[in-house]
Design a protein around this ligand. Structure first.
Ligand SMILES: Nc1ncnc2c1ncn2[C@@H]1O[C@H](COP(=O)(O)OP(=O)(O)OP(=O)(O)O)[C@@H](O)[C@H]1O
Ligand SMILES: [Mg+2]
Length: 314
């Protein structure tokens, strides 16, 4: 066996196995009171242990994150990596990251709640005023701002939920044409203002998917396509059982910006000029929901010619 002593200097626990017997572990493993010459399954406990055992016996590599209990009674949230060719098990302590993520999520959801409650009362009262004074322009502007804040808060909440894996997918048979009509209706104002023609090419009656996920993805992609299209142009939507595709003939995205557009709050200077109102959260929501549903995303774009977003459903 080659010397593994250099592994004493790293922060991860590294365990050399022979099938399920612990042959050696590094210094980090000593901190957690591992014992050599013992069976790994008598030393470590985690939820997925049966699956892990199966992978070890079948000589397959394994990678997963979960809570692990050690002989020292320590509990950590860790990433377990098993490299079958080397019979090496690596455990990376991610407790801190997980805690920070959880704190962030709790913070986001409590802020969201604190903002949304008074906001809905503000909205209700503004609507009452609007009925009394229908021609007051400043009330329209107040209502628009309320809607904008509401959308930003809800989108942020959704990203936090998806990131934490807290959004539970509900797969049912959904009618994509119906969802498309809903989205079109939501965006009718801007579609009309810019005289955009939406051409739907739908090859399926039903999709087996989470209706909310499909609605949110389509709504964000179409909203972008319309917002960043030139006036009087066409947006083409293709829906099959394998793909949802939205193609526009708008300002496009520069090559160097393609890897930034899914970042939270990113908006290109040209996009800001074209549509000043926007939070830069839409595509981040799309990314996280797609990840959750197991969909992949592809973007093709030509600067000042147009953009195509493709969501591969399988
Ligand atoms: N179809 C498109 N054509 C050109 N640029 C796009 C398109 N879709 C996205 N982008 C670019 O990616 C950025 C991020 O998009 P995203 O949907 O996340 O935010 P937004 O549309 O600016 O705001 P929000 O969706 O939160 O209202 C946009 O600001 C724009 O620069
Ligand atoms: Mg958007």
């Amino acid at each position: 066996m080659i010397s593994l002593k250099f592994l004493n200097h790293i922060d991860e626990i590294v365990i050399k196995l022979e099938n399920t017997k612990i042959l050696w572990f590094n210094k980090k493993g000593e901190e957690f009171k591992l014992k050599s010459d013992s069976n790994i399954f008598e030393q470590l406990f985690f939820d997925d242990i049966e699956k892990f055992a199966k992978y070890v016996y079948e000589q397959k590599s394994y990678n997963s994150e979960q809570i692990i209990r050690f002989p020292s009674e320590d509990l950590i949230y860790g990433q377990i990596i098993y490299i079958s060719e080397e019979q090496l098990m690596i455990i990376k302590d991610k407790t801190k990251e997980k805690l920070i993520e959880e704190i962030k999520y709790n913070l986001v959801s409590s802020i969201a709640h604190e903002i949304l409650t008074p906001l809905s009362s503000l909205k209700a009262n503004s609507l009452i005023l609007k009925e009394k004074f229908p021609d007051t322009e400043s009330l329209d502007s107040i209502l628009n701002s309320i809607k904008r804040i509401e959308r930003i808060v809800k989108q942020t909440q959704l990203i936090a939920m998806a990131q934490m894996g807290l959004y539970e997918l509900k797969k049912t048979l959904i009618d994509p044409k119906k969802i498309f009509e809903e989205v079109k209706n939501d965006l009718s104002k801007i579609i009309l203002e810019k005289n955009i023609k939406l051409e739907l090419n739908c090859h399926v009656e039903f999709l087996e998917a989470d209706g909310f996920v499909i609605y949110t993805i389509l709504r964000n992609l179409l909203s972008n396509a319309v917002k960043y299209s030139f006036e009087n142009s066409v947006v083409e939507i293709l829906i099959t059982d394998k793909v949802i595709q939205v193609k526009d003939h708008g300002i496009g995205i520069k090559k160097e910006d393609l890897n930034k557009i899914f970042q939270r709050f990113y908006r290109s200077p040209e996009a800001i000029k074209m549509a000043p109102k926007g939070s830069g959260l839409g595509l981040s929501v799309v990314k996280h929901l797609a990840q959750l549903a197991g969909y992949s995303i592809k973007v093709e774009s030509d600067w000042m010619l147009g953009t195509t977003f493709k969501i591969n459903l399988r």
